[in-house]
Design a binder for this molecule. Structure first.
Ligand SMILES: Nc1ncnc2c1ncn2[C@@H]1O[C@H](COP(=O)(O)OP(=O)(O)OP(=O)(O)O)[C@@H](O)[C@H]1O
Length: 253
């Protein structure tokens, strides 16, 4: 957890207001709102099918919302042209569910890949080797630089995926189920790594997870996504003692 008091007073780096998204009669998001503050670890929990992925897709522009506003570092993303959106995207790191490394590329090539896509951020004279090494050192896996993804364990893959996200030096990181599919010990190591990154770079993180342990350890605040809205917002401590059966259900594991 971030040990800085009064998160509510810090700058808002990402804000969703009254987001609606339906697929025919399936009203997935019915006015979801949230605010992510500078340096905050905000966990979003919701049951399977509650709309977490739909929300993230709207956030990163992979899906168009029916209505609502999404503001990233002061920019309304629905009003940006492609070029401005690309520049903004370089400040948002996205850790996909299940790591999603390119199987045919070495670890080094996997890390170089995002740098090639975001040349504007670092300029033409970027020292790629230096950035790759720094990112791998951050996740404690410099020794894996020339390995192929197939040669890595699940935990190592997740670390490399985090390094690939970090290499662009994002201000905001979106983690989609960062501990899913990992054994409890490896999951704990990944949570510790996420905390170290947050401390070192003062990144703001939005973390989608089903993992109550992960939420307990890492969250400054939590949002429970129920019925397509931000049904409950608070610290882990506050929400975990709620008497509301819908909220209680999240903490029975
Ligand atoms: N492209 C789509 N077309 C139609 N329906 C969709 C589409 N994408 C998502 N949905 C529907 O939206 C609802 C929410 O799906 P979503 O994938 O966001 O859930 P989730 O909370 O991320 O679940 P999980 O935890 O299992 O990943 C589901 O009912 C799903 O069927």
């Amino acid at each position: 957890m971030t040990d800085k008091a009064n998160i509510a007073n810090r700058n808002i780096v990402l804000e969703i207001k009254d987001l609606h998204k339906s697929f025919g009669d399936n009203h997935v998001l019915n006015g979801f709102s949230m605010q992510l503050h500078q340096g905050e670890n905000l966990v979003i929990m919701g049951k399977s099918g509650s709309g977490k992925s739909v929300m993230i897709k709207c956030l990163v522009g992979l899906m168009e919302a029916d209505s609502g506003a999404i503001t990233v570092m002061g920019n309304d993303i629905t009003k940006l042209n492609q070029e401005s959106l690309d520049i903004l995207r370089a400040d948002i790191g996205f850790l996909f569910q299940g790591s999603a490394l390119y199987d045919s590329m070495t670890v080094r090539e996997n890390l170089e890949f995002p740098l090639r896509r975001h040349t504007k951020k670092f300029g033409d004279n970027v020292d790629t080797e230096k950035l790759v090494i720094e990112a791998l050192e951050n996740v404690g896996l410099i020794s894996a630089i020339d390995l192929m993804p197939a040669e890595l364990s699940g935990g190592m893959k997740r670390r490399i995926a985090i390094a690939r996200t970090l290499i662009l030096q994002p201000k905001i990181i979106l983690y989609d189920e960062p501990t899913s599919g990992l054994d409890p010990i490896t999951a704990k190591e990944i949570i510790i790594l996420m905390q170290e990154i947050q401390k070192k770079y003062n990144t703001s993180s939005l973390i989608i997870t089903h993992d109550v342990d992960c939420a307990r350890v890492i969250s400054d605040r939590m949002i429970l996504l129920i019925h397509g809205i931000d049904y409950a917002v608070g610290t882990f401590k506050e929400l975990s003692v709620s008497k509301d059966p819908k909220i209680k259900a999240f903490f029975k594991q």
